[in-house]
Ligand binder design. Structure first.
Ligand code: MG
Ligand code: MG
Length: 277
């Protein structure tokens, strides 16, 4: 069942989104060579509790940490550890969620650590840009599938740095969000065969969109810890996520500190210049 939010409830989600966006900004700065993922978890905890919010992930189905940290071939759901130290040339995906007055925000970034090779940087760019193209395709009166189609079309339109094919992960998808982190509907990052158009995009719908793209095969497996999802071929993966809603003024990116309107306007106008600083 889809939970449609009132404007007041969306404001609480914006407050949660700002906590998440602030934590991710701090984590981007903190993700330097020599730091452990447990150190990063500590940073996230400081920002979230410091803002009077609560982590969404800690204790979720038994998850033992505040953020998910997934390095290189890890796609999502990596568990922070003092033994997992990031090094020059790594990429690290950081997923963060926070609750304010019962409402969740959920977002993720993939960060280059030190000097990173151009193919990995291109993977990060394509994945992040596909997220923004997906959100930009969401219009009042449109359908959920518009988002999935835009994500996939953007990724497929971008040349692969090794002349191969981008691996769009299919097993993990975006979701509705509100009084729970994971709600209906699911938001695919591709158009499944014979996919229905999905629910209409209306005011009060809030979604977390989160494409995961691999440099190699789209296929995945889960490590023995029961959480960490990795690429089957060991190639590098990227993950970007935002929680957003659609208003009369267009998409409002609740977990982006600026609200994302300018970046979405740039995509819609076709200027193609959308990269954030
Ligand atoms: Mg997330
Ligand atoms: Mg999510």
């Amino acid at each position: 069942m889809i939970e449609y939010k009132s404007p007041e409830e969306i404001e609480l989600m914006r407050a949660a989104g700002i906590v998440v966006g602030t934590a991710l900004a701090a984590l981007r700065e903190a993700a330097v060579p020599g730091v452990s993922t447990a150190d990063l978890d500590e940073v996230a905890r400081g920002v979230i509790y410091g803002a009077g919010a609560t982590p969404s992930f800690l204790g979720y189905h038994g998850f033992p940490a505040t953020i998910c940290t997934s390095i290189n071939s890890e796609i999502v759901h990596g568990i922070p550890s003092k033994d997992a130290v990031i090094r020059d040339g790594d990429v690290i995906s950081i997923d963060c969620g926070a609750i304010v007055d019962g409402y969740h925000g959920d977002a993720a970034i993939t960060v280059p650590v030190g000097e990173v090779t151009p193919d990995k940087l291109e993977l990060l760019r394509v994945t992040e840009e596909s997220l923004w193209h997906g959100m930009a395709a969401a219009r009042l009166g449109g359908r959920l599938i518009d988002i999935s189609r835009a994500i996939e079309a953007y990724i497929r339109s971008q040349p692969h740095p090794a002349g191969g094919t981008w691996g769009i992960v299919e097993e993990y998808v975006g979701h509705g969000i509100g009084t729970a982190m994971h709600q209906d509907p699911q938001v695919h990052n591709f158009v499944p065969p014979r996919a229905p158009k999905g629910p209409e995009i209306v005011k009060g719908l809030a979604l977390a969109v989160e494409p995961m793209v691999n440099l190699g095969t789209r296929l995945t497996r889960v490590l023995e810890d029961g959480w960490t999802v990795v690429t089957k071929d060991g190639a590098v993966s990227a993950h970007f996520e935002h929680s957003f809603t659609v208003t009369d003024e267009g998409p409002w990116v609740l977990t982006d500190l600026d609200g994302g309107r300018e970046r979405i306007a740039a995509i819609r106008s076709g200027s193609g210049v959308t990269a954030s600083a």
